[in-house]
Design a protein around this ligand. Structure first.
Ligand code: ADP
Length: 924
């Protein structure tokens, strides 16, 4: 039959694609009799051989036909289902890293087994991505026997699964799990403090079920882990008390600047909003803390070291940030004031603990806030895999997007039997009330006849409204809202039973097959009870199937499942998904949409809708009169097309913004990984020291002799960047060039660090350094996420000033990232240089933050003419920036972010991505 089908085709792209796959299909078919003769143990030994073949650099396409033939046979033996030719074709497309469009009910679950098996033979794991936990477990249990027959192991991850079992599941050849769980585990893996604790072993190959809903509908919602900060807020109060006793260095009245050898505890730089301590200052600070009994040891003990940071922020809060100028205190909260306009930036917070320091200064409650610990969008998560493939019933309408953004090709696989569903023209009503009335009439009439009907709605709200109306009329029905996937799967499986009326939102009960006459498998399971053994289950299946056969015939006679859409969605794809629930595997069926001029989509016609509505009214058409015309269908399709294109543009645009963050995330996670593996971390510290010295040399002029003034500058530089006090006298260095002095100091520091290493042992030091690096990276990264979010809002307002927001975002995002990396490097170097070795031996215990998974709409949408972010999304975004969507103004962001000159090297590639050197591009 297939052959005939293909011969009649005249060669559009999809048909040509399939023709190209036919020779492989023929090969697989030809191997069927070979596979039939294999003994059970042959499957295991063949699997081992093929694994060895691939480990030996063998070619996967060589073994594909045998592998697929074995899967087909294994499925036949274990499930009693022999994959159809179309399923094999789909499987080949999946193996090729494409999207397989296969209509609902055609058996995507089984189609995906062969490519999963083949790719798992490489021994690097295959992830099978489902839309909910229920399906992850169901599919793993359903297809498990096939994989196991072939000699592969199968596991699944779902929410609430304990960590050890989770790791086990990822170690299996095949791992089923939802997109949420798998991406969440990835983020958490990158928050761990040892390599052994990581769950995932990499991202080799994945098959994403319902790929359209994940990569297109889910495109605006990044996955977010947020959690409370674990900081002890008392430390801010202690620091505020301690700094009271410190004195600013005296200034030279002639120059109004600090002398070369300042006397006092700290210097204040008004312009850059900076504070730096002198050696005396640190000593005074230590005794202040000791006197007020914050701690009894030294400031340079590992566990006390962070007080330098708290004290710095306390001084900045006290001296550089003024109430009613920089911020106001309102309702017990510190709120930032926009410098340029005086407007309050609601909800915005200063970063790096400054906000808490100001709260301590004002004597109000220090907010223990929840913050974003990690985030990623699904697109960027899945783009990490070496090979992605996906399945859906509806991809062709979004083919361009899959191609452009993900480089994914869509292969449209024909149905095993032709679809005979009757898709009827839309009917349209003057207003919503008339529409709902007509819908109720229709449901009542259809269900009286006994034809099962599935009513699709666009929201839970509408489902409930309709449900109330039906209850008033005494029509029995079920309502599904995608709240409880397992229970709803049971209900939706029965949606094809005679007389069923089921109201469901788009996501409810997805992935569950609706069989005409009800679902005998589900019924058998329920009848047999959960503790039934195989034999009892088998008997129950046989009994239920027998009862089901006449019921199935009867429902077919009644016309199959009737799909009633209560509104058209913005995207044709979603409408097609709804329709596709009926007419599976050649079954009869019918679909029809009921619209009104009040519908969301109709309003997208703009003024047209209002005109049309008044025209209809004037023509004497009353609410209850339906209009039905093919022209109308075409007009609707055009409107959907327009909306689809606009949404595509928005997503494309969002992705460009997200790419900036993505590059940085990759860099940070790579760094984290290499730190987890590095046994010579001290080398990194030395490199940071060297960097800092070179920085000085470059700025000062490497060959210039220092002289007294130069030595003072060098001492300042070392103090500021490394908290390192230049040993000896000025005259020791005055005759050196900057470069020579650098070398000398480098040697000094290297010796000091080596002796520390000897003191406590290399391994202990390395462990302490690792912890230090990771802690700094994680905190720095979390601050950075907030800063970038603030930046994204700020640049958008710059578009009014004729600036390109994306470019600004790239440049400035790059710059604040660079600054963060610098800060991390210096922070660790500083600590190692200053801290006493004793303290390093007992590194503070680090707790894995208990994150919460959330979805957040990217707030950019509200600026680009798209839908406004939802309330829930705002709440989810935590402290920073969440409430300030109306607020921020050009140039305004968290105070610590600002830097007037980009710190991109002149010869570095320009961060705008032009490929030119920075000095020839935006640095020109
Ligand atoms: P989809 O995800 O494509 O909507 P499913 O994977 O849920 O479809 O499968 C739909 C139904 O078809 C299931 O009941 C399954 O057992 C059945 N099925 C799939 N493939 C075959 C086959 N080759 N032979 C017999 N039944 C099959």
């Amino acid at each position: 039959m297939l052959q005939g089908l293909f011969e009649s085709l005249f060669g559009n792209k999809h048909e040509q694609d399939l023709k190209d796959l036919l020779p492989i299909l023929h090969e697989i078919n030809a191997l069927e009799s070979w596979a039939r003769k294999l003994e059970a143990e042959d499957f295991l030994s063949r699997t081992r051989e093929m694994k060895a073949h691939l480990a030996d650099q063998g070619d996967m396409s060589e073994i594909l036909p045998k592998a697929f033939a074995m899967v087909r046979e294994a499925a036949r033996r274990t499930l009693g289902e022999r994959p159809y030719d179309v399923q094999i074709l789909g499987g080949i497309a999946l193996h090729q890293g494409r999207i397989m469009e296969l209509k609902t009910g055609e058996g995507k679950t089984l189609s995906s087994v062969a490519p999963a098996y083949l790719n798992a033979l490489e021994g690097r794991g295959v992830h099978m991505v489902t839309v909910n936990d229920y399906l992850a477990k169901r599919d793993a249990e359903w297809m498990g026997p096939v994989f196991e027959y072939l000699g592969l192991s199968v596991g699944y991850v779902i929410g609430q699964l304990p960590l050890d079992q989770r790791k086990d599941a990822y170690d299996k050849d095949i791992t089923y799990g939802t997109n949420n769980e798998i991406a969440f585990d990835y983020l958490r893996d990158n928050m761990r403090y040892s390599r052994r604790e990581k769950m995932q072993r990499g991202h080799h190959y994945c098959i994403i079920d319902e790929i359209d809903s994940i990569l297109i509908d889910g495109a605006r919602t990044p996955l977010i882990i947020s959690g409370p900060t674990q900081e002890d807020t008392r430390k801010y109060v202690e620091a505020k008390k301690a700094v009271q006793y410190l004195q600013e260095c005296a200034k030279d009245p002639a120059t109004d600047d600090y002398p070369e050898e300042p006397v006092g505890d700290y210097k204040v730089e008004e312009k850059n909003k900076k504070i730096s301590f002198t050696d005396d200052g640190l000593t005074s600070l230590e005794s202040a803390f000791q006197q007020q009994k914050t701690f009894s040891g030294s400031l340079y003990d590992s566990e006390n070291f962070e007080y330098i940071h708290y004290a710095t922020q306390a001084l900045r809060a006290k001296l550089l940030f003024h109430k009613d100028t920089h911020y106001v205190v309102k309702d017990g909260m510190v709120e930032i004031v926009d410098e340029f306009t005086g407007r309050i930036l609601h909800g915005r917070r200063y970063s790096e603990g400054l906000h808490q320091a100001i709260e301590a200064k004002e004597g109000i409650k220090i907010q223990q806030r929840s913050r974003t610990l990690a985030s990623i969008t699904f697109q960027n998560f899945f783009r990490m895999y070496n090979k992605i493939s996906g399945m859906t019933g509806t991809a062709a309408t979004e083919e361009k997007e899959f191609q452009k953004i993900y480089g994914l090709d869509v292969a449209v696989i024909p149905t095993n039997r032709p679809v005979i569903r009757n898709d009827q023209d839309d009917v349209i009503f003057l207003d919503e009330k008339a529409k709902f009335n007509a819908i109720c009439d229709e449901i009542q009439e259809v269900s009286r006849k006994g034809q099962p009907i599935l009513v699709g709605t666009v929201s839970i709200d509408k489902s409930e409204r309709l449900s109330q109306l039906l209850t008033k009329r005494g029509v029995r029905h079920e309502v599904l809202n995608a709240k409880n996937h397992a229970r709803e799967a049971l209900i939706v499986a029965e949606a094809g039973a005679e007389g069923s009326v089921t109201i469901a939102t788009n996501m409810a009960g997805r992935g569950t097959d609706i069989k005409l006459g009800g679902n005998p498998d589900f019924r058998a399971r329920r009848a047999a009870g959960s503790d039934a053994d195989d034999a009892a289950l088998e008997a129950s299946f046989a009994k239920e199937r027998e009862k089901w056969i006449p019921q199935n015939r009867r429902v077919k006679e009644l016309g199959g499942l009737y799909i009633l859409g209560t509104e058209r969605h913005e995207s044709r794809r979603i409408d097609n998904q709804l329709r596709g629930r009926s007419g599976r595997q050649g079954d009869p069926g019918r679909s029809k949409f009921f619209l009104s001029m009040d519908d969301e989509l109709m309003r997208l016609f703009g003024g047209g809708a209002a005109n049309m509505k008044s025209l209809m009214a004037r023509a004497g058409l009353q609410g209850e009169v339906a209009m039905n015309h093919p022209l109308l269908n075409r007009a609707i399709e055009r409107a959907q097309n327009k909306v689809e294109e606009r949404n595509f543009e928005i997503r494309k645009h969002l992705l460009k913004f997200d790419d900036v963050l993505n590059e940085q995330r990759k860099f940070i996670y790579d760094q984290r990984d290499s730190i987890l593996q590095d046994d010579e971390l001290i080398q990194r510290v030395l490199a940071s020291v060297e960097n800092s010295l070179e920085g000085f040399s470059e700025a000062y002029g490497s060959r210039k002799v220092l002289g007294e003034a130069g030595v003072a500058e060098l001492a300042d530089h070392l103090k500021e960047e490394l908290l390192y006090s230049l040993p000896g006298k000025t005259s020791d260095y005055a005759h050196f060039t900057a470069e020579q002095a650098g070398e000398h100091i480098r040697a000094l520091i290297r010796d000091e660090l080596s002796s520390k290493e000897q003191d406590i042992g290399k391994d202990v030091l390395n462990l302490a350094l690792r912890r230090e690096y990771l802690m700094n990276i994680d905190n720095g990264w979390q601050d950075h996420l907030e800063n970038l979010e603030a930046l994204r809002e700020a640049v958008y307002l710059r578009s009014y000033a004729q600036k390109n927001p994306l470019l600004e975002y790239k440049l400035e995002g790059f710059q604040i990232f660079d600054e963060m990396i610098q800060r991390i490097r210096l922070a660790v170097a500083r600590k190692l240089i200053l801290v006493r070795t004793k303290g390093l031996e007992q590194p503070a215990a680090v707790q894995m933050p208990r994150g919460e998974v959330k979805h957040q709409e990217l707030n950019l949408l509200s600026r680009s003419g798209g839908a406004a972010p939802s309330q829930g999304a705002r709440a989810a975004s935590g402290g920073s920036g969440s409430g300030s969507r109306k607020g921020p103004l050009p140039g305004q962001k968290a105070a610590t972010v600002v830097r007037s000159q980009p710190k991109v090297g002149r010869n570095d590639p320009c961060p705008c991505g032009s490929g030119k050197k920075y000095k020839h591009c935006h640095g020109a």
